[in-house]
Design a protein around this ligand. Structure first.
Ligand SMILES: Cc1cc2nc3c(=O)[nH]c(=O)nc-3n(C[C@H](O)[C@H](O)[C@H](O)COP(=O)(O)O)c2cc1C
Length: 148
């Protein structure tokens, strides 16, 4: 049994709606809870960035399913690495939706995602830092981003 983490970036299908994102999350949370998958998803209106943690055998099955999902395309795997312990153990799938219509300047956060889009791979510490940044939004304004 080898606990493993993966991270990827992908491009949302044009025209993806909020209800599509909600549906993805609902199904993901059900299935992830059942299969011991934890992680975090960021959506900026164009790109998805996701980190997943589970037994390697579970990720071996889940990743091809996610790749084949036509709600996004051009999935690029940036990280696949064994881990000793989970970094997102509290989340069966947390989500920050930067495309949410909140009156908050998200340009800096969007910039961070664009940085990741340009990467060929991510180190484990960089990936954890990137996603933890979204998890750690705890001011009321920032929390408004985490509506999903
Ligand atoms: C951006 C994105 C992230 C997803 N994340 C997960 C996930 O964390 N866990 C999961 O089970 N499915 C996830 N899915 C959904 C899968 O692609 C797939 O639709 C789902 O697992 C199918 O389950 P079912 O055939 O058992 O209904 C994601 C899909 C997208 C587009």
């Amino acid at each position: 049994m080898a606990l493993t983490t993966l991270a990827y970036i992908s491009e949302a299908r044009p025209g993806l709606l909020l209800k599509d994102l909600k549906q993805i999350l609902r199904r993901s949370r059900e299935k992830n809870h059942r299969h011991g998958v934890t992680g975090y998803l960021v959506f900026d209106g164009t790109y998805f960035a996701q980190i997943l943690e589970a037994e390697e055998a579970v990720l071996d099955v889940l990743l091809p399913t996610i790749v084949a999902d036509d709600r996004h395309e051009d999935l690029r795997l940036l990280l696949w690495e064994p881990i000793i312990e989970r970094n997102f153990g509290d989340w069966c799938m947390g989500c920050a939706n930067l495309a949410a219509p909140v009156h908050l300047d998200t340009s800096e956060l969007r910039g961070l995602i664009r940085d990741v889009v340009g990467q060929r791979s991510l180190s484990l510490p960089d990936a954890v830092d990137f996603f933890q940044l979204f998890v750690s939004f705890r001011t009321p304004q920032q929390a408004a981003l985490l509506t999903l």
